[in-house]
Ligand binder design. Structure first.
Ligand code: PRP
Length: 211
């Protein structure tokens, strides 16, 4: 079973109130997603391998540590875009690889619509960014694509994850680590997370919800 880390931090609890609240305007929602992405990002990178290096300060040599492996950020369009800039602040040398998926509204199955990953050149470690993990179908499609690309270490960063989606990822990908700000218990008949936060993509980009 893959590892699940639910971050335990009062700032995460506080900012989750903002993203859950249906009265939160778009700009504040986007800002809160960014703050939560930073918090989840700190946990998701806490054990990245480092290597020793010597840095010359203005005073003397200093024994330091720097990241040992290339990191790729993989936002799932659209909502994952809301987590990119905060993670780039933490990982300024990361490459960013976009994958576009939407959920078929009838079946809740993911449909891929954007994938420009090159042949070869996969980063050693990929951080998959998506504020929502519902059925887990979208993340599953992305994990399979990244594995076929050659990514060795895959970590999924999400803000709200539903237990059924977590169970699916843990069952199917025991080597993939999950980092979430909170876990919600269930999905409704439309496969929306309950209580959740609605549609993160629409709330980040101020687009009207689908009928
Ligand atoms: C939402 C969300 C995830 C996916 C989660 O995206 O951002 O990508 O659904 O659902 P799943 O775990 O059941 O696959 P959506 O399809 O609404 O697209 P959007 O980001 O463009 O709004």
């Amino acid at each position: 079973m893959s590892q699940l880390t639910k971050i335990d931090h009062p700032l995460a609890a506080h900012h989750l109130c903002t993203v859950r609240d249906k009265a939160t305007p778009c700009s504040e929602f986007r800002a809160a997603v960014g703050r939560l992405a930073v918090l989840v990002g700190v946990y998701a990178t806490a054990d990245l391998p480092t290597r020793s290096t010597v840095i010359q300060t203005p005073i003397a040599d200093a024994n330091c540590q720097q990241l040992a492996s290339p990191i790729g950020l993989v936002p799932i369009l659209r909502a994952g875009l809301g987590m990119v800039a905060p993670l780039q602040d933490l990982l300024p040398d990361a490459t960013v690889w976009h994958l576009g998926l939407y959920r078929n509204e009838e079946t809740a199955e993911p449909v891929g619509y954007y994938d420009k990953l090159p042949d070869g050149g996969a980063p050693h470690t990929a951080l998959v960014l998506d504020p929502m993990l519902a059925t887990g179908g979208s993340v599953e499609m992305v994990i399979r694509r990244l594995k076929s690309w050659g990514v060795a270490e895959i970590r999924v960063l999400s803000i709200i994850a539903a237990q059924p989606g977590i169970d699916r990822v843990q069952r199917d990908f025991p080597d993939v680590k999950l980092y979430v700000a909170t876990v919600d218990p269930e999905l409704n008949e439309q496969s929306f997370i309950v209580p959740g936060l609605g549609d993160a993509g629409d709330r980040i980009f101020n687009t009207p919800p689908h009928e």
